[in-house]
Design a binder for this molecule. Structure first.
Ligand code: SF4
Length: 359
C-alpha cells in the first residue's frame, strides 16, 4: 500500500518526558525526538540490525529472569518469531542484518558461560527492567538491571552495538545515559533514594564496562535534560516555531523512522553510502516483458523495480499506475545508486513508496 503523507498529520505537540537513552539524540535532531515522544507512526519499519539488537537484548533479559535451565536455541527461536511478526520486512533476518550468525553465537557463548548468572542470581538481590523517573517526572526510562549486593547498588544496561568510539573511549551518549539513571536513582523510592555505587554497560561479548561518575555531574545532566524539555515545550506552545525548525539532518537520518514526513530531509537530503531516497513528480512508468518496471521522475532520475527481487512492492506499482503521473509527488526510499550511471537507481528490498501531499 502506498502511504500518503499529509503535513497536517505531522505537526508537533509538547513532549511529556525525555528518556535517558534519548537525551543525547535530542541534540542531533530535536524533531525526531519530538515526533517519537508524540507517538507518530513509524513509517519506515525497523532497521534489521536494530531488530537483531532487540532480540539479543531480550535474550539477556529472559536469561536474567529465568530461574532454571535456559534452552538458548528454543528461547531464541520464540523471541525471533515474536520480533519478526512485528517486522515482516526484515525477513529473513539472517540475510538482512549484519553479522547475524556471529552476533547470535556471541550471545549464546556469553549466556552459556553463565556470566550474567554470576552477576545477578548470586547477588543479594536484583531487579530487571525497572522504571526510574525524576521527581519532576520530566525525565524517566527503564534501566535494564539493578543489582543490590550487600550495601552496593549497581545499575546496568545491555548494549548490543559498539560500546567504544573510534578513540577507544566509551561512547559519550552511553555515559550520559547511565549518569542520568544514577541521578534518577537518587530521586527514587525503589532504590531508597541512593546514588549507585557502580554504573556498568554490558556489551554483546559479556564484557562489563564501568562508567565512573560524580553526583555533581549527574545532577547537572538531569537539570540540563529538564531545562531542555521546558525550552522545547515553550517553543511548541508559543506556536512561533515551524516543526522543521527543530530538524537537523545528518547521517543518523538513515535510521529515522519519520524520514518520509520530514520536509527538512527532502530539502537537504543526505546520501547514505550506496542508498538514496528519490523524490519528485513521476512522468512515466514503463513495464518490461520480464515483469520489471521503471519509474521516471521529472528531475531526470529513474528507478528500476526488479519484479522478482523487490516483489514486496509490486502491488504499490499497480497502485502507482492507477494514481497516474502528473502533479502528485512521490518518494521512493532506500534506492540503490548505480555507480556507472548517474541518476539511475534500483529499488532495494527496503524500498517503500509514499505519496507526499504538498501544502
Ligand atoms: S529525517 Fe533527519 S532531519 Fe528529519 S526528523 Fe528524521 S532525523 Fe530529523
Amino acid at each position: 500500500m502506498i502511504t500518503t503523507i499529509n503535513p497536517e498529520d505531522w505537526k508537533v505537540e509538547p513532549i511529556k518526558r525525555i528518556s535517558p537513552s534519548r537525551f543525547s539524540n535530542v541534540n542531533d535532531c530535536t524533531l525526531r525526538e519530538i515526533w517519537s515522544s508524540n507517538k507518530k507512526e513509524n513509517l519506515m519499519g525497523n532497521h534489521p540490525d536494530a531488530v537483531l539488537g532487540s532480540i539479543i537484548h531480550m535474550m539477556f533479559e529472559n536469561y536474567v529472569k529465568s530461574s532454571g535451565n535456559f534452552d538458548f536455541e528454543n528461547v531464541w527461536s520464540s523471541v525471533e518469531k515474536k520480533f519478526i511478526n512485528d517486522n515482516l520486512d526484515v525477513v529473513p533476518l539472517s540475510k538482512t542484518s549484519s553479522y547475524y550468525w556471529v552476533k547470535k553465537e556471541l550471545a549464546k557463548r556469553y549466556i552459556e558461560k553463565g556470566q550474567l548468572r554470576t552477576h545477578t542470581k548470586n547477588a543479594v538481590n536484583y531487579k530487571a527492567e525497572e522504571w526510574l523517573e525524576s521527581k519532576s517526572k520530566k525525565v524517566g526510562g527503564i534501566i535494564d538491571l539493578i543489582r543490590y549486593n550487600n550495601d552496593q547498588l549497581s545499575l546496568m544496561d545491555f548494549k548490543t552495538g559498539k560500546v567504544y568510539d573510534n578513540d577507544g573511549r566509551i561512547k559519550e551518549n552511553y555515559e550520559i545515559q547511565l549518569k542520568l539513571y544514577a541521578a534518577l536513582s537518587s530521586e527514587n523510592k525503589k532504590t531508597n533514594y541512593k546514588w549507585p555505587d557502580h554504573l556498568f554497560l554490558i556489551d554483546k561479548n559479556g564484557k562489563y564496562c564501568e562508567i565512573k561518575y560524580s553526583e555533581e555531574e549527574a545532577s547537572k545532566l538531569l537539570l540540563e535534560a529538564e531545562t531542555l524539555l521546558d525550552d522545547i515545550n515553550k517553543r511548541i506552545n508559543s506556536g512561533s516555531s515551524d516543526a522543521f525548525e527543530f530538524a537537523v539532518t545528518g547521517e543518523y537520518c538513515s535510521f529515522c523512522q519519520f524520514r518520509p514526513a520530514c520536509v527538512k530531509f527532502r530539502e537537504q537530503p543526505v546520501s547514505f553510502d550506496y542508498l538514496e531516497d528519490i523524490y519528485g513528480e513521476v512522468i512515466d512508468i514503463k513495464e518490461f516483458s520480464n515483469g520489471n518496471h521503471k519509474i521516471y521522475f521529472k528531475n531526470n532520475k529513474s528507478v528500476l523495480i526488479n519484479a522478482v527481487y523487490t516483489s514486496g512492492i509490486n502491488n504499490e506499482i499497480i497502485e502507482l499506475k492507477k494514481m497516474g503521473t502528473g502533479n502528485t509527488l512521490f518518494l521512493l526510499t532506500n534506492c540503490i545508486k548505480n555507480d556507472s550511471m548517474p541518476n539511475q537507481y534500483k529499488a532495494s528490498k527496503r524500498t517503500l513508496i509514499f505519496e507526499i501531499v504538498s501544502v
